[in-house]
Design a protein around this ligand. Structure first.
Ligand SMILES: [Zn+2]
Length: 70
Protein backbone atom coordinates (compact mmCIF):
# COMPACT_ATOMS: atom_id res chain seq x y z
CA UNK A 1 0.00 0.00 0.00
CA UNK A 2 1.34 3.42 -0.90
CA UNK A 3 0.83 5.67 2.11
CA UNK A 4 1.51 8.72 0.01
CA UNK A 5 -0.92 8.02 -2.78
CA UNK A 6 -2.03 11.27 -4.36
CA UNK A 7 -5.71 10.40 -4.11
CA UNK A 8 -5.43 10.53 -0.34
CA UNK A 9 -4.28 14.14 -0.18
CA UNK A 10 -6.81 16.85 0.52
CA UNK A 11 -7.14 20.25 2.09
CA UNK A 12 -7.96 20.69 5.77
CA UNK A 13 -9.14 23.51 7.97
CA UNK A 14 -7.69 24.04 11.42
CA UNK A 15 -9.83 26.26 13.64
CA UNK A 16 -11.60 27.56 10.56
CA UNK A 17 -8.45 28.42 8.64
CA UNK A 18 -7.16 26.53 5.65
CA UNK A 19 -4.01 24.62 6.52
CA UNK A 20 -1.13 25.83 4.37
CA UNK A 21 2.29 24.23 4.34
CA UNK A 22 4.79 26.41 6.22
CA UNK A 23 7.53 25.41 3.84
CA UNK A 24 6.15 25.33 0.32
CA UNK A 25 2.69 26.89 0.61
CA UNK A 26 0.88 23.81 -0.66
CA UNK A 27 -2.61 23.16 0.69
CA UNK A 28 -3.10 19.42 0.34
CA UNK A 29 -2.04 17.01 3.06
CA UNK A 30 -2.14 13.40 4.13
CA UNK A 31 -3.74 13.08 7.56
CA UNK A 32 -2.19 10.68 10.03
CA UNK A 33 -2.65 9.93 13.70
CA UNK A 34 0.44 9.08 15.66
CA UNK A 35 0.74 7.61 19.10
CA UNK A 36 3.33 9.63 20.95
CA UNK A 37 6.18 7.72 22.50
CA UNK A 38 7.60 8.45 25.92
CA UNK A 39 10.53 10.16 24.23
CA UNK A 40 8.20 12.40 22.25
CA UNK A 41 6.18 13.21 25.36
CA UNK A 42 9.25 14.35 27.24
CA UNK A 43 10.40 16.30 24.19
CA UNK A 44 7.13 18.22 24.21
CA UNK A 45 7.27 18.44 28.02
CA UNK A 46 3.99 16.56 28.34
CA UNK A 47 3.24 14.22 31.16
CA UNK A 48 0.03 12.45 30.19
CA UNK A 49 0.12 8.88 29.04
CA UNK A 50 -1.09 7.51 25.75
CA UNK A 51 -1.32 10.87 24.06
CA UNK A 52 -1.80 10.84 20.34
CA UNK A 53 -1.08 13.58 17.87
CA UNK A 54 -2.64 14.42 14.57
CA UNK A 55 -0.16 15.05 11.83
CA UNK A 56 -0.64 16.43 8.38
CA UNK A 57 2.04 15.54 5.88
CA UNK A 58 2.40 18.01 3.04
CA UNK A 59 1.59 16.22 -0.20
CA UNK A 60 4.16 18.30 -2.06
CA UNK A 61 7.26 18.60 0.10
CA UNK A 62 6.60 16.11 2.90
CA UNK A 63 6.86 18.60 5.75
CA UNK A 64 4.92 17.34 8.77
CA UNK A 65 2.60 19.65 10.67
CA UNK A 66 1.84 18.29 14.13
CA UNK A 67 -1.19 19.01 16.28
CA UNK A 68 -1.81 17.93 19.82
CA UNK A 69 -5.52 17.65 20.61
CA UNK A 70 -6.35 19.29 23.91
ZN1 LIG B 1 4.98 21.56 1.68
Amino acid sequence: MDLFAKVDAKSYEIHGRLLICQICGHDEFHRREAQLTTAALSFFNLDWANASAICFVCEKCGHIHWFLPK
